[in-house]
Design a protein around this ligand. Structure first.
Ligand code: SF4
Ligand code: SF4
Length: 225
């Protein structure tokens, strides 16, 4: 494809995900229709909006869903309740059984995505405070990602891990930097400049604020004045 053609295509297709940051911390939907609209118009549904609005309740999603096989969770039920704008979804723990494998999305004959519906409703639950209990255990991982520019096991877990993995692991962790230097591998973490750039993205997209809201840094914004 020529550069000119590439440019024309990108001009025609604005990034549908650019509004996600704007949707952060929005108000709880106050009516059934508002919930339906929030789901249908969320950028994550841009390929699935028509499928969401035309779900035929065939149950193919449930038949292939690993979470439905072992729990009372049913993606077909979630698709129905979401289309009805059922407000009880905003305080229902059952949709946290979904682990985003996307089998339902791949198999749906209408092009719906219960995986995305769940992500949207779970986001609203977290924004409203109800869903925090389901994500607060990940706050330390988010902190590590923000502070170091890279995911990894937060130090707070090292005590338990050293008990589980034994003294050799403890010795390895204590000498990891020296070992890396000896092997000529350099620093494990991205450069300071890269971390700053990543933090700028995480600040602009509301990632840092979201982390604080679920308890990262003890609930204190590290960039608060
Ligand atoms: S597979 Fe698709 S159309 Fe069938 S019930 Fe599930 S979401 Fe609806
Ligand atoms: S993404 Fe969630 S709802 Fe869909 S098949 Fe996987 S576990 Fe089930």
């Amino acid at each position: 494809m020529t550069d000119e053609k590439k440019k024309t295509n990108s001009e025609k297709k604005p990034n549908p995900y650019s509004v996600i940051a704007d949707n952060s911390f929005s108000e709880r939907p106050t009516s059934r229709q508002e919930l339906v609209d929030r789901i249908a118009n969320d950028p994550r549904m841009h390929d699935h909006k028509e499928g969401f609005l035309s779900c035929i309740q065939c149950g193919i999603c449930t038949s292939g869903c690993p979470a439905a096989r072992f729990t009372e969770y049913s993606p077909r039920e979630i698709a129905r309740r979401a289309l009805e704008g059922d407000p009880t979804l905003l305080t229902d723990d059952v949709l946290w059984y979904c682990f985003s494998c996307y089998t339902c999305q791949a198999r749906c004959p209408r092009g719906n995505s219960v995986a995305c519906i769940n992500q949207i409703i779970r986001s609203i639950q977290v924004e409203q405070g109800y869903g925090i209990k389901h994500v607060e255990m990940f706050a330390a991982w988010g902190e590590q990602f923000y502070d170091k520019g890279m995911g990894g096991t937060p130090g707070v877990f090292f005590a338990d891990m050293s008990e589980a993995f034994g003294p050799k692991w403890k010795e390895f962790i204590a000498n990891r930097d020296d070992i890396r230097e000896e092997l000529g591998l350099g620093d494990m973490y991205p450069s300071e400049q890269a971390v700053e750039e990543m933090q700028a993205i995480m600040d602009e997209t509301g990632f840092r604020e979201r982390l604080v809201s679920i308890g990262a840094w003890g609930g204190k914004d590290p960039k608060a004045k």
